[in-house]
Design a protein around this ligand. Structure first.
Ligand SMILES: C[S@@+](CC[C@H](N)C(=O)[O-])C[C@H]1O[C@@H](n2cnc3c(N)ncnc32)[C@H](O)[C@@H]1O
Length: 246
């Protein structure tokens, strides 16, 4: 078996393996390494260009990165990722184990983001990215979509490794106040947001379920001008998290 077909098989297997994460693009790899991921392999179509990018954008990682890279021709890279990243690099890392109960018990004054049945990978990734930037306690998702899907990782620029990200069966039991973020809620004032809240956001098409709204301690909405129905999911997450931080 050639090196390339063996590689293709390893990447195909990694995409189906819930203990692994496939990283597409330099920024995903950069954040994974920076936030302590166990990176198992790094493949690049142009190792010199990767070295240049790392020197410019991640000088903190250069020594580590260069030692790991395996070079492949550009057409081989295209076989490892359906949409070959422009930066010419893909990698496989181990997903960190997330202890859901431990995240819920965390006493730090940081909110936990709950996405109810999110539908688009790019949106999930953008939510993880902004939650990491805002130093949230974590991102949990319900529904059938894997928040660690390679497209979500790409949308998050690999920031899944910066905070706990996990799929959960449903709304978890916890002592954290549950705040439903919903366009129909009372006007959101950041000073009224509990510091350790579970901030629940609904799906792109249908919003929050009646079941979740019925369990919420508060229902808050981001004021918008007349005629606008709602914000994009990730935009709403960003608005609430940063309103709380400012
Ligand atoms: C695209 S919106 C869903 C729109 C859905 N048709 C509805 O009416 O809720 C996705 C999620 O983003 C959040 N969201 C969007 N705009 C919001 C706003 N103005 N106020 C509060 N939450 C908002 C909510 O959590 C919502 O469930």
């Amino acid at each position: 078996m050639s090196v390339t077909s063996d590689l293709v098989r390893r990447f195909q297997t990694a995409r189906r393996d819930s203990s692994l994460a496939v990283l597409e693009g330099f920024h995903a790899l950069k954040h994974a390494l920076r936030f302590g991921a166990e990176v198992l392999e790094v493949i690049a179509s142009n190792p010199q260009e990767l070295e240049r990018m790392a020197g410019e954008l991640a000088p903190d990682l250069t020594g580590d990165l260069e030692k790991r890279v395996v070079a492949v021709p550009p057409d081989a890279l295209a076989e490892l990722a359906p949409q070959a990243p422009r930066t010419g690099v893909v990698a496989i890392a181990r997903r960190p184990k997330v202890d859901v109960d431990e995240v819920l018990r965390d006493r730090r004054a940081a909110p936990l983001v709950l996405l109810e049945d999110p539908r688009t990978m790019g949106n999930m990734g953008a939510c993880v990215r902004v939650a990491a930037a805002a130093d949230a306690a974590g991102v949990f998702t319900t529904g059938s979509n894997d928040p660690w899907h390679p497209d979500a990782l790409r949308g998050a620029a690999g920031l899944h490794f910066a905070l706990p990200v996990a799929a959960v069966e449903g709304l978890p039991e916890s002592d954290r106040p549950l705040v439903a973020i919903d366009p129909g809620g009372q006007e959101l004032r950041s000073s009224e947001l509990p510091s350790r809240a579970i901030l629940a956001f609904g799906s792109e098409r249908y919003g929050l379920s009646e079941a979740l709204l019925g369990r919420a301690d508060m229902r808050l909405g981001i004021q918008m001008r007349d005629g606008v129905s709602s914000l994009n999911l990730a935009t709403a997450v960003a608005a609430v998290l940063f309103a709380q931080r400012l």
